[in-house]
Design a protein around this ligand. Structure first.
Ligand SMILES: *Cc1c(COP(=O)(O)O)cnc(C)c1O
Length: 491
C-alpha cells in the first residue's frame, strides 16, 4: 500500500463514521420510540374520543391546504408539530368514513385491531410477496384467501389474493378471464361483455387497462328493482352469436353501489355456463354479508361464478387498502400473472402454497394479511356476523320509517342500501330533482349525518347506506330527524 492509498482509506473511513452519525435519526432508541409512540397513540385517542360526535362531513375553508405551508425540508419538525398539522389539515376536513353518521356512497370502516395489524406489519416489514421470503406471512394470506373462498363456496382448486382494493382485484379477475378464454388482440372487437347500467365503473376501467377497451359492452335490461333480467341476457347472447360476435364475459353485481341490488346470480350462472361465458360477480360491497343467514340466501348462486371480488375494506370493516379477488380455478389466475426474472432464481416455489406475487400484478407489496388476520383471530367471526345483520335490519328499519315521513321509497332493500326521494304529490320531475338536490346539500351542511345521491331513471334519488360498524339505531333515528327537518325546509 502506498501512503496515498492509506490516506484515501482513512478519509473513506472518517466519512463513513460521519454519515453513520448523521443518519442515526432513522433508528430511534427505546426512549425516543416511546415518546413517538405515546404521541401518536394520544393523537389516535383524541380522534376516537371525538368520533362519535364528529360531523360526518366537515367543510373547511382551505380544504387542508395549510399542510402545504410546511414543505418537506432538509431539517425535520417535532412529532407534536407534525401531529398538529395532521389533525388540523388532514384528519379534520372532508368525510369521516368510519364515523357512525357516514351513510353516503359505500361507508368505510377502520377497525382498531386492523390499525394495530398494520403497525405490526410495517414494523417487521415481512415481505409477503413470495413464500421463500416470508413463509408464515404467505401462509397467513393464503389462509385468509381460503377462508373467504369457503365463505363464497368455492372448491379446493380456487385461488386468489388480497389486493389493495376492489378495482385492482377486478383487474386481476378480468386479466384472468381474458387469458382463460384465449382472447388475443384480433378477437377484441368481436368479444362481448354483458353487464347492466349499474355495474361499477371500475369494470370498464379494468377492461381498458387489460387491453379490452374495444370489446363490445352489452348493457342488459334491468327489472324494476334494478336487477339484470336473465331473459334479456339470454336474448342478447343469442342475438350476438347470430351476428358472428363472441360472447365472452357476463358480469353480475352482488350488491350494486347505486341501490344495493343483487342480480339473480343463480339464473345468470346457468345462462353463463350454457353459453360458455366467463361469469364474474362484483361483490365488492355486498360480499361479506355472506356471514349472515339472510345474506347467504340473498347471494345464492355466487358459488357458481368463475371469479368474484369482495372488499374487506367495505363489508368487513377494515381500513382502506384491502380488496380480494378469488378465481374458482387457480390455474388460469396463475397463468395470467406468470413471470420470471433471473435475479429471482433463488426464490424457489413451494408446492401447495401459492405466492401472492404469482397471482397479482404486484411484486413487492404491503403485508396486508396482518390487518385482516388480527381482528378476525382476536374477535372471531361472531361480532362481524352480528354487526352485518344489524346493518341489514337498520336498512329495513330506515326504509319503513322514511316512508312514514312521506318520502317516496324505492325497492325494499336487499342489503343495506335504501333509495328514496322527496316528491310531494303534484311535484314535477324537474322540481322534485331540485328539492332532492337541496336536501342532500342541506344534510351535508348540517353535517350530523352524511348522505349521497344517484340518478335513477332520470330521478334525483337519495341513498342511505348502513355499513360502518359504528352505525347503530340512534344514528338512523338521527338521520331520519335530519331528513324531516331538511324536507320541511325545502318545501
Ligand atoms: C367500491 C366498489 C368497487 C370498487 O372497489 P374499490 O375498492 O373502491 O376499488 C367495485 N364494485 C362495487 C360494487 C363497489 O361498491
Amino acid at each position: 500500500m502506498t501512503p496515498a492509498d492509506d490516506q484515501e482509506r482513512e478519509a473513506l473511513l472518517a466519512r463513513l463514521r460521519q454519515l453513520e452519525r448523521a443518519g442515526r435519526a432513522l433508528e430511534p432508541g427505546a426512549s425516543r420510540r416511546k415518546r413517538l409512540r405515546n404521541a401518536v397513540v394520544a393523537s389516535t385517542e383524541r380522534f376516537l374520543r371525538k368520533l362519535q360526535t364528529l360531523k360526518a362531513y366537515e367543510e373547511t375553508e382551505d380544504k387542508g391546504a395549510g399542510l402545504l405551508a410546511s414543505p418537506i425540508a432538509e431539517h425535520g419538525i417535532s412529532i407534536g408539530a407534525a401531529l398538529a398539522l395532521l389533525e388540523h389539515d388532514v384528519i379534520r376536513p372532508g368525510a369521516h368514513p368510519g364515523a357512525p353518521g357516514h351513510l353516503a356512497y359505500i361507508p368505510g370502516g377502520g377497525l382498531y385491531h386492523a390499525a394495530l395489524g398494520d403497525f405490526l406489519a410495517a414494523t417487521s416489514n415481512k415481505y409477503a410477496g413470495i413464500f421463500f421470503g416470508a413463509p408464515g406471512a404467505v401462509r397467513m394470506e393464503n389462509m385468509l384467501v381460503r377462508w373467504v373462498a369457503d365463505l363464497v363456496g368455492y372448491p379446493a382448486a380456487a385461488g386468489g389474493t388480497i389486493a389493495s382494493g376492489g378495482s385492482i382485484a377486478t383487474l386481476a379477475a378480468l386479466a384472468t378471464a381474458r387469458d382463460a378464454h384465449g382472447l388475443t388482440g384480433a378477437d377484441v372487437a368481436r368479444a362481448v361483455v354483458y353487464l347492466t347500467d349499474h355495474a361499477h365503473h371500475c369494470i370498464e376501467k379494468a377492461l381498458r387497462l387489460v387491453g379490452l377497451g374495444e370489446a363490445q359492452l352489452r348493457r342488459t335490461a334491468m327489472d324494476p328493482r334494478f336487477r339484470m333480467r336473465p331473459g334479456a341476457l339470454a336474448d342478447a347472447i343469442a342475438a350476438d352469436r347470430a351476428r358472428g360476435l363472441r360472447p365472452w364475459l357476463v358480469i353480475a353485481g352482488a350488491g350494486t353501489t347505486d341501490t344495493g341490488a343483487i342480480d339473480p346470480l343463480d339464473e345468470i350462472a346457468t345462462i353463463a355456463a350454457r353459453e360458455r361465458c366467463w361469469f364474474h360477480v362484483d361483490a365488492a360491497y355486498g360480499g361479506f354479508f355472506l356471514l349472515t343467514d339472510e345474506g347467504r340466501r340473498a347471494l345464492r348462486g355466487i358459488e357458481r361464478s368463475d371469479s368474484v371480488v369482495l372488499d374487506p375494506h367495505k363489508s368487513l370493516f377494515l381500513p382502506y387498502g384491502s380488496g380480494i379477488v378469488l378465481v374458482r380455478d387457480a390455474a388460469p389466475l396463475l397463468a395470467a400473472h406468470d413471470y420470471a426474472g433471473s435475479y429471482m432464481q433463488d426464490a424457489l416455489r413451494e408446492p401447495g402454497e401459492v405466492s401472492p406475487a404469482d397471482v397479482s400484478p404486484e411484486l413487492t407489496r404491503h403485508f396486508r394479511g396482518l390487518r385482516m388476520w388480527l381482528p378476525l383471530i382476536l374477535l372471531g367471526t361472531r361480532p362481524f356476523r352480528s354487526a352485518l345483520e344489524e346493518k341489514l335490519l337498520l336498512a329495513r328499519y330506515f326504509y319503513r320509517e322514511v316512508g312514514r315521513l312521506g318520502f317516496e321509497v324505492g325497492p325494499a332493500p336487499e342489503l343495506s342500501v335504501v333509495t328514496f326521494r322527496w316528491a310531494p304529490p303534484g311535484t314535477s320531475l324537474a322540481r322534485a330533482n331540485e328539492l332532492n338536490r337541496a336536501i342532500v346539500d342541506g344534510v351535508k351542511r348540517d353535517g350530523r349525518v352524511f348522505l349521497s345521491s344517484t340518478m335513477l331513471d332520470g330521478c334525483f334519488t337519495l341513498r342511505m347506506v348502513a355499513l360502518s360498524f359504528r352505525t347503530h339505531l340512534r344514528t338512523i333515528d338521527l338521520a331520519l330527524r335530519v331528513l324531516r327537518e331538511q324536507a320541511s325546509a325545502v318545501t
